[in-house]
Design a protein around this ligand. Structure first.
Ligand code: 5GP
Length: 190
């Protein structure tokens, strides 16, 4: 997606530890007009696929998935929660996610009533790095008996192993921009 690449080059910042900051348009301040185009692009990538639910993970995935939902006939967006909540029913699907950026492992949970056997699920997230967040969500989809249609990622760090992990699990991965490497604090795309 050319416009995404332009925004990454013009507004993104490369930080220590191979981290790309895109706080100004994606995961702190959100450029809603642009995210509408992101949503449309996801629809084009998964054109013709019936999507019953969009699954994402809090927090950054929620806004992106909610806007994308409009282009998938307003499919409900379910987000995996990272904190145990008294409000969350005891009946949950649960999986573990290791965050390399935050250097910790945490549990993610989805209430069982929100994902059902036979539903077609599209997973959406902001970044793909090692694939741990998406792997946790795939695990939850499998537990529910729903069908995984694919995984839509805004920015993939193509030099990390995420894609091969997810494709190794049989998942279709569609990323709107794939970063090949960081060079002198600049982004080089694939
Ligand atoms: P993974 O689980 O694939 O290793 O990493 C995915 C998650 O880590 C994303 O949901 C995102 O929150 C975070 N993440 C990984 N790499 C980056 C990065 O370069 N920049 C930002 N902003 N977040 C990242």
């Amino acid at each position: 997606m050319e416009k995404l690449k332009e925004k990454i080059i013009n507004e993104g910042r490369v930080r220590e530890g191979n981290i790309l900051k895109v706080d100004c348009f994606l995961n702190h301040q959100m450029d809603i007009k642009f995210l509408n185009e992101v949503g449309q692009e996801f629809r084009e990538r998964f054109n013709g696929q019936k999507i019953d639910k969009i699954l994402t993970i809090e927090a950054s995935g929620i806004g992106i998935a909610a806007i994308a939902s409009q282009y998938f006939d307003f499919a409900p967006v379910v987000f995996a929660k990272k904190t145990e909540s008294l409000n969350l029913d005891k009946e949950v699907y649960e999986s573990e996610v290791h965050s390399f950026t935050k250097k910790r492992t945490y549990k993610v949970r989805v209430g069982k009533q929100f994902l059902s056997e036979g539903e077609n699920v599209l997973i959406i997230d902001d970044f793909l790095a090692m694939g741990c967040a998406a792997k946790g969500m795939i695990d939850i989809v499998k537990q529910s008996g729903a069908n995984l249609v694919g995984i839509g990622i805004v920015i993939e760090k193509g030099f990390q192993e995420g894609r091969s992990v997810l494709e190794g699990m049989g998942a279709r991965v569609e990323s709107l921009a794939i970063i090949d490497r960081f060079e002198d604090n600049k982004v080089v795309f694939k």
